[in-house]
Design a protein around this ligand. Structure first.
Ligand SMILES: [Ca+2]
Length: 219
């Protein structure tokens, strides 16, 4: 009897295990399907190379305050959107002279994650065609100066622009950040049409674990 009861118990346990395994399998099969993210899609930083729209080949288009160059907006004065073959770009074909007829600037607003650090990298040269020889400007993050820059265009040519790569970091404090490149070349009394040349702007999150958005689930 003892043996029979033991067998019955074992059989019951086997059946129970099979039921649990089936339930487990069913549960696994019914794992939640990926849900579409119900978040709005804010604008991401784009075209730091000034490749859109296409500027005139071997020439340039002057853009004044309030006008746009792709995702960028001219913030003051005027700038020149320089086409392929006018002078060497740092990246791609096109670049921007931050002085059109006088000191200008360009700005772009893009989504950022508060608390995340971002590295801004850009290439700067100078319109060597006329003075002042040393071109100056500054980079603003949400209107505050984050970095100033200067570039000595002495001896530079269309082929040998001598681009210098600069960079800095900032910590995002709001969901959207405005990055501005602002020429300080020339004065109101003596404006210059020959300013800093900007190209190859990039904005990269510094920390990957924070930027991935979700942590891996604990096992
Ligand atoms: Ca470019």
């Amino acid at each position: 009897m003892t043996t029979h009861r033991a067998r019955a118990t074992a059989a019951a346990l086997t059946a129970l295990a099979a039921t649990l395994a089936t339930a487990g399998a069913a549960h696994a099969t019914a794992a939640p399907a990926p849900q579409p993210r119900a978040v709005s899609v804010p604008s991401v930083f784009s075209d730091g190379s000034f490749e859109t729209p296409t500027a005139p080949v071997k020439s340039f288009t002057t853009r004044t305050a309030g006008q746009t160059i792709g995702p960028w907006t001219v913030t003051k004065g005027s700038v020149d959107h320089v086409g392929a073959g006018y002078w060497a770009a740092a990246e791609g074909d096109q670049s921007v002279d931050l002085n059109g007829g006088q000191a200008g600037g360009v700005a772009q607003t893009f989504a950022t994650t508060p608390g995340t650090r971002y590295r801004v990298t850009y290439s700067v040269a100078g319109n060597y065609s006329a003075g002042p020889a040393v071109k100056t400007g500054r980079v603003l993050v949400n209107g505050d100066e984050a970095q100033s820059f200067s570039f000595d265009s002495t001896g530079k040519t269309a082929v040998d622009m001598g681009y210098s790569t600069e960079s800095f970091e900032f910590s995002a404090v709001v969901p959207q950040t405005t990055l501005t490149f602002d020429s300080t070349t020339g004065t109101a009394a003596a404006p210059s049409a020959y300013g800093p040349v900007l190209d190859a702007v990039s904005v990269t999150p510094e920390c990957c674990d924070k930027c991935s958005g979700t942590a891996a689930p604990a096992l």
